[in-house]
Write a protein that binds this ligand. Structure first.
Ligand code: BES
Ligand code: ZN
Length: 987
């Protein structure tokens, strides 16, 4: 276990940080689905959309099946696996209506009162659909076997051009993306949730404008039972219409006999009923136990990325922006919240109240719509004309102060920094007891996990750092993401990379004491480690499937995205160019959607210095290809040659790429190495370049303060001069530079470019203790003020106890005993809680006590520490129990299952239990957490990160191929041999 790494993950409690390896395999694996459309009957009259959106290529999810050593037959198998990967997975997920177009379709319903001719046509149609479905269904069966896998048939199309809707009639659209012919303008959504039987009814009115002549309107709807629909064209009358549904793509359509004409406006009204979701997406139900032990229910939403369609029919793509007016009915003892302030409450005949919210004053994407029905209380503050409120369950009201204060400071900062004021009149921050993500930036109604928003009286600065970070991130989204939104999920990084960058930048400015710079530095190292795997992907990556959309929420979009923005900012000549550029970008695209190049163009256009930099030219090399460069330095006299190559951790040299980056290489020398003015820049755009340096210069250090996204190899001599400089004066470099030297040398050793002494596991313990014992012994167990000292102490003591150091174990046990005996009134310093609870969880006598504490604890941050302690037990029965409890969701909330699994996997043999558990419960897991989601990514990574032998790979292949599809993508099994597996873990 790497205590530093896990410390960061846990501390930040951010799913982004739980993902250890990228899920993507970037092979040129393009499938032109519509290439052979002639094999199927076609629809009449293509409108411009059909030209624009078909054909689409597909990046599928079969990865890491040893692509480097396949023979021809295997290659064919592998490519059909790629083609059919998603259907393969969906086939196994019985409870999840497939979102893949390749998956089995539900049996078409019979035709009503059929004539003989119709019957024949119907039967013929059914036979065709059934045979195609069977072909698609059975093809993946040969995916992983060498024998029996047919040669890929170049002319076999994979998707029928005319899919059948649930009623059996042809569905008038065959694309994953919606047609562009009709745009929504405004929605009026009326919802009537029933928190007793966990259902709701809805009534949605959509005003639209016709962009191109078309005979159909296609939009999204998922798991909504549509009970009525009317349509009104222009000033005409409302008429009942039939709604066709194509389940695999979660689309519905209304077809017309006459063209709707470009420029016309129209209104579609849909009535429906549905169940409140029992997973964490859509309009979902949730519950918690209040202080008197009563069960309280509530309903909340999580729509990003693809789940607004589960609450109301809509054009559920980020570029279809519109206004929203929401009405929700509730019992009188409940309250409701939505994006906008409450406009009015009206009593209904059935004794309920109907709350109506103001129509949104901005155009917004569907994934940002939100509403909540609950029983929360709040604290409020007026900040520059915005009413900021923090909501929580009533018993946690006093934990909301910190978030309110922090949000207020940050809101002022962003208003000022972006030179655009937050546009809504109110901003609610709500802590939801049952919430899967860390937080969600819904416009005006940001939702959080309790640990990401609430801070107890005795909480440590580290817990505050988490809350401040999450608030800063979600608040940044109100501009980056909400005001200006990526056009499609392939550019998710424009949202998430930017919000991540701004989160560190704003906190450094507003709350310097939080020491957030170190956290960002660690994030950059982690981003490099993940991006060095062959399974990584480009920052902007094509996505065509729901699972691929989910997978975009990963380290590349967040951490690499933020890292390359820092690199750009640090390399621009003018101090303010970056800020001016993004202000320009926000102003120009306010209320609309963008692609990556729009950002680069805005940054290029602002001219603040004579040295004009073509940002677009430089940055596209960082966003359009995966990975990053290794820069090797060689010096001869006054000439320094810099050479770049792809830093790629792979078992096979043959996979080395010819990628080149446009690198703003920064450097300092022994003449001047600390102050920002010392920094010099050399743009390396080609394979190698030369710079001149006076012969008297003793050493040179590249990547000043590690603001660049690359790794440097100085060669034996170069390293020797740097080590010598450090030996004579540690402070000759900034701390970021020292950290980057350490990071780079370890990375180079993983790549096999330098050899470091590698002690055997037994000797490793002695080595660590030898190096760190005196530091460990010097740590105190009482309150500590400084954040960085807390981090150091938690890491040192966590390591000491895990290595069985008597001193540490005794101190931890004593503290736990005092805590128990004093009825929890003796405080355990926040940063030491994890060490203490882990020692308790690993002791036979204290595990039950800890479980008892866990069950009764209310403060979420402490509860999570206890849970990690419980899950670090080495007792097989307890491991089995805790996994089961996490899945059941009664004693341990299901939202915590990824945390339980990652902790169990860190234990000696825990991953073997987890491996069995995952296989046994795969279908239930993907019912709870969407395929591709960070929760599934995290679960799969946790278990596979311990796999290191061919035997594991073989066993995985035989036992659960569906999981294997994911394992490959983790970059773990795609590397052969134990050594590479260690690489893949980034350990
Ligand atoms: N937009 C995301 C929430 C989200 C994550 C939606 C995954 C759909 C899938 C939000 O802004 C976010 O990034 N939340 C982070 C916390 C943040 C501080 C890094 C999260 O939930 O991990
Ligand atoms: Zn975000």
């Amino acid at each position: 276990m790497d205590p530093f790494d896990s410390n960061i993950s846990d501390r930040a409690n951010l799913p982004r940080n739980m993902i250890e390896n990228s899920m993507f395999e970037e092979e040129p694996d393009v499938v032109d689905l519509a290439k052979d459309s002639t094999a199927f009957p076609t629809f009449p009259a293509l409108d411009p959309d059909e030209v624009a959106y078909e054909p689409r290529s597909s990046r599928l999810l079969v990865r890491g099946l040893g692509e480097n050593d396949m023979d021809e037959d295997e290659e064919d198998c592998e490519s059909s696996a790629r083609l059919l990967g998603m259907s393969f997975m969906n086939r196994s997920s019985a409870n999840r209506p497939s979102s893949s177009p390749y998956a089995r379709q539900p049996p078409p319903r019979s035709c009503s009162r059929p004539s003989a001719r119709t019957t024949v046509v119907c039967v013929l149609f059914l036979v065709i659909v059934a045979s195609m479905t069977m072909v698609l269904y059975f093809l993946p069966g040969c995916t992983f076997t060498k024998t029996g896998c047919r040669k890929a048939n170049q002319t076999t199309p994979l998707v029928p051009v005319n899919p059948a809707s649930s009623s059996g009639e042809p569905f008038p659209w065959n694309g994953y993306r919606l047609p562009q012919s009709v745009h929504p303008l405004s929605y009026e959504v009326t919802l009537n949730p029933n928190l007793e039987d966990m259902t709701f009814t809805g009534y949605t009115v959509i005003n639209m404008s016709v962009q191109h002549n078309t005979k159909r309107i296609v939009l999204h709807s998922a798991k909504l039972n549509i009970t009525g629909a009317t349509f009104k064209l222009g000033e005409g009358d409302s008429k009942a219409v039939t709604v066709l549904e194509y389940l695999p793509r979660q689309q519905i359509a209304v077809q017309f006999s006459e063209d709707l004409k470009a420029g016309q406006s129209c209104v579609l009204t849909l009535e429906y009923s549905a169940n409140l979701s029992h997973t964490y997406d859509g309009f979902y139900n949730s519950s918690y136990t209040d202080k008197d032990g009563n069960k309280r229910v509530l309903a909340a939403t999580q729509f990003e990325p693809l789940y607004a369609r589960k609450a109301f029919p809509c054009f559920d793509e980020p570029a279809f922006k519109a206004t929203f007016l929401i009405k929700i009915s509730r019992k009188t003892d409940f309250m409701t919240l939505s994006n906008m302030p409450l406009a009015k409450s009206t009593p209904l005949a059935n004794g309920l109240m109907q709350d109506e919210f103001e129509k949104t004053s901005v155009n917004m994407s569907t994934y940002l719509v939100a509403f909540i029905v609950a029983n929360f209380t709040s604290m409020t503050k007026n900040v520059s004309n915005t009413l900021v409120s923090v909501y929580s369950v009533p018993e946690k009201k006093e934990h909301t102060d910190y978030a309110l204060e922090t949000c207020s400071k940050l809101l002022e900062f962003y208003n000022d920094f972006f030179e655009i004021n937050y546009p809504l009149k109110k901003l609610d921050l709500v802590a939801i007891p049952d919430f899967l993500a860390g937080a969600m930036e819904n416009w005006g109604l940001i939702t959080f996990r309790e640990t990401s928003l609430l801070v107890g009286q005795n909480s440590s600065p580290l817990e505050k750092q988490v809350v401040a970070s999450v608030v800063a991130h979600e608040l940044a989204h109100q501009w980056f993401g909400n005001l200006v939104t990526m056009s499609w999920w392939n550019d998710l990084w424009l949202n998430e990379g930017f919000a991540t960058y701004m989160q560190y930048m704003s906190l450094q400015a507003v709350m310097p004491k939080l020491d957030i710079g170190n956290l960002f530095l660690a994030v950059r190292f982690r981003a490099l480690d993940k991006d060095s795997l062959n399974s990584s992907h480009a920052v902007s990556t094509e996505v065509n499937k729901p699972e691929q959309v989910e997978e975009m929420f990963d380290s590349v979009s967040y951490e690499k995205g933020a890292s390359i923005l820092l690199m750009l900012n640090a390399s621009l000549p003018g101090e303010q160019q970056f800020r001016k550029g993004i202000i320009e970008y926000l102003k120009q695209f306010s209320g609309s959607n963008t692609v990556t190049n729009n950002l680069w163009n805005s940054l290029t256009q602002v001219e603040v210095s004579a040295q004009h930099q073509n940002v677009s030219e430089m940055m596209s090399s960082w966003t359009s290809q995966k990975g990053f460069p290794l820069v090797t330095v060689s010096r001869k006299g006054d000439e320094v040659t810099l050479t770049q190559e792809h830093f790629l951790l792979t078992s096979d040299d043959a996979t080395h790429t010819s990628s080149l980056w446009n690198i703003p290489v920064t450097y300092v020398t022994d003449n001047c190495s600390l102050a920002p003015e010392c920094r010099q820049v050399f743009n390396l755009k080609t394979k190698s370049g030369t710079l001149k340096l006076a012969e008297s210069v003793k050493w040179l250090k590249l990547n000043y303060r590690n603001t660049g996204f690359y790794i440097v190899h100085y060669g034996n001599e170069g390293w020797a001069t740097l080590i010598e400089a450090l030996n004579s004066n540690l402070s000759v470099f900034t701390h970021e530079d020292r950290a980057s030297l350490i990071h780079n040398i370890f990375a180079l050793s993983r790549l096999g470019r330098v050899s470091l002494p590698s002690p055997q596991p037994v000797a490793l313990r002695i080595y660590i203790l030898h190096q760190f014992r005196s530091l460990m012994d010097n740590q105190t167990w009482t309150e500590e003020e400084s954040v960085s000292k807390q981090e150091l102490r938690a890491a040192l003591l966590g390591t000491a106890c895990s290595l069985g150091e008597e001193n540490c174990l005794n101190q931890a046990k004593d503290l736990f005993k005092q805590y128990l005996q004093s009825n929890e009134s003796t405080k355990i310093p926040g940063d030491l809680q994890q060490v203490v609870f882990t020692v308790a969880g690993q002791s036979d006598e204290d595990w039950e006590n800890l479980l008892d504490l866990y069950v009764h604890a209310t403060y979420d941050a402490e509860k999570r520490s206890m849970l990690r302690g419980l899950a670090s037990t080495q007792d097989a029965r307890r491991i089995a129990w805790i996994l089961k409890a996490g899945l059941q969701g009664n004693i341990i909330q299901t939202q915590e299952l990824p945390l339980v699994i990652s902790t169990v996997c860190n234990g000696f043999a825990g991953y073997l239990f987890v491996w069995d558990f995952i296989q046994e419960n795969w279908d239930r897991l993907i019912e709870k957490f969407p395929l591709g989601s960070f929760a599934i990514q995290s679960i799969v990574k946790s278990v596979t990160s311990q796999f290191s032998t061919q035997a594991h790979l073989d066993q995985a292949r035989v036992s659960k191929p569906e999981v294997l599809l994911y394992l490959g993508g983790q970059g773990v099994l795609s590397e052969t041999g134990p050594v590479r597996c260690i690489f893949a873990q980034g350990g």
